[in-house]
Design a protein around this ligand. Structure first.
Ligand SMILES: Nc1ncnc2c1ncn2[C@@H]1O[C@H](COP(=O)(O)OP(=O)(O)O)[C@@H](O)[C@H]1O
Ligand SMILES: [Mg+2]
Length: 224
C-alpha cells in the first residue's frame, strides 16, 4: 500500500448564523499520498476555503478528523491544542494565496528568508537565495513587492512557501489574480519544483485548466 501523507475522514463543519445552521462540509473523506496533487473544486461558497483552513489547523471540525503524517509522527489536528497546531503549520506546511500576501516592507529575499528564520533553520538567507534562483528570480532579490509584476510576486510567494522544505503546499486560487499566460507559466513552474522534490499539493481552484492532470479531484457542494 502507498504511504499516506494526509488522511481525512468524516470531516464535517457546520456554521451557525443566529439560529440557522449552515452545513458547509459534510462527511468529507480522502487520502493524499506524498508527492500527490489533490484538486478541490466547487462554486463560490461551497466550502473550499473552509476545508483548507481545517487542513491547516486554522479551524476545528464539528466532526471527523484530519491527520497529517509528517516528520515521523501523526499530527491529528482535531485533537492538538492551538500552540501545537501553529507550530505544526509553521514548520510543515507551505501556503500560496491568490493575492500573493508578501510583506510590502521586506525585499523579495527577506520575504522568502523570514519563515526559515522563524523556524530556526540554518542559513535562512542562503536558503532563500537558492529558492529564488530556482524560480528564475536571482536578479530580483533586492526588489520590494510593489516593484514586481504579478507573476514575479507569485513566484516569490512560491519560493517563500518552499523555503522551509514543507511536505505539502496548500494553494488557494494561486493563479486567480494573474492573466492566463502568466498564470499557466507560474503554475507549470510550481508543479515542476514540486515534482522534482516530491512535495504534495492541495490546490483550490475555479479554473478547469488547472484541475487537469492531478492525482485526485474533490468536488464540493452540489451543482446550483
Ligand atoms: N466563520 C464563518 N461563520 C459563518 N459562516 C461561514 C464562516 N466561514 C465561512 N462561512 C460560510 O460557509 C460557506 C463556505 O465558505 P467558504 O469556505 O469561504 O467557500 P469557498 O471558499 O468555496 O468560496 C459560505 O456560505 C460562507 O458564508
Ligand atoms: Mg474561498
Amino acid at each position: 500500500m502507498a504511504s499516506v501523507l494526509l488522511e481525512v475522514e468524516g470531516l464535517t463543519r457546520v456554521f451557525t448564523q443566529g439560529d440557522r445552521r449552515i452545513p458547509v462540509l459534510e462527511n468529507v473523506a480522502f487520502v493524499l499520498s506524498p508527492g500527490q496533487r489533490l484538486t478541490i473544486t466547487g462554486r463560490s461558497g461551497s466550502g473550499k476555503s473552509t476545508l483548507l483552513n481545517l487542513l491547516a489547523g486554522l479551524d476545528r471540525p464539528d466532526a471527523g478528523h484530519m491527520v497529517w503524517r509528517v516528520a515521523g509522527r501523526d499530527w491529528n489536528l482535531a485533537e492538538l491544542d492551538e500552540t501545537t497546531r501553529t507550530a505544526f503549520r509553521r514548520r510543515h506546511l507551505g501556503f500560496v494565496f491568490q493575492f500573493f500576501n508578501l510583506v510590502p516592507t521586506l525585499t523579495a529575499l527577506e520575504n522568502v528568508a523570514l519563515l526559515a528564520e522563524l523556524n530556526g533553520l540554518d542559513d535562512p538567507f542562503g536558503r532563500a537565495r537558492w529558492r529564488l534562483q530556482r524560480l528564475g528570480l536571482a536578479d530580483r532579490e533586492d526588489a520590494f513587492p510593489d516593484t514586481l509584476s504579478g507573476g514575479e510576486q507569485q513566484r516569490v510567494a512560491i519560493a517563500r512557501a518552499l523555503v522551509h522544505e514543507p511536505s505539502v503546499i496548500l494553494a488557494d486560487e494561486p493563479t486567480g489574480n494573474l492573466d492566463r499566460d502568466t498564470g499557466d507559466a507560474v503554475f507549470a513552474q510550481l508543479l515542476e519544483v514540486l515534482a522534482e522534490e516530491n512535495r504534495a499539493l492541495v490546490l483550490v481552484t475555479h479554473d478547469p485548466a488547472l484541475a487537469i492532470g492531478g492525482d485526485a479531484e474533490l468536488a464540493l457542494g452540489r451543482a446550483p
